[in-house]
Ligand binder design. Sequence first.
Ligand code: ZN
Length: 152
Amino acid sequence: MENSGGAKATLACISCGKLNRIDLSLVSRLPKCGSCGSPIHLDKPASLDDRTMEKVVTGTDVPVLVDFYADWCGPCKSMAPQIEEMARAHSGRAVIAKLDTDRSPQMAGRFGIRGIPTLIVFSRGREVGREVGAVPRPTLEALLQKAHGNAS
Ligand code: ZN
């Protein structure tokens, strides 16, 4: 199996919001924010918003799976544990992220989000697949796989 050595991800620090370039080959050494020193957890879903989404999606060498959700959405809540599991399972090999469509209407509009949850997988900034509605874990895996198939 190919290692993603040298691959980098761009992720916002959850404490100070600064965008960091993370070397994914160092994932086991718990990367820290270059600005405030807070740990950046690659095994948890990353939070995206109108300011950071484009930079994260285009600045990350590995596939990025984005869960477009809202706090009031029941099916989104029921999917949340699976999104967390995906982040743990693909730590360092993919970025699993969430975007609150109420707080980030610009991105929701740009990607034509009409129903939530909507899951979109990006490969080097380009959309390579999407699913609308709550889907089971195998469907999430298949969706992410589309980006891996596209990477080479
Ligand atoms: Zn920080």
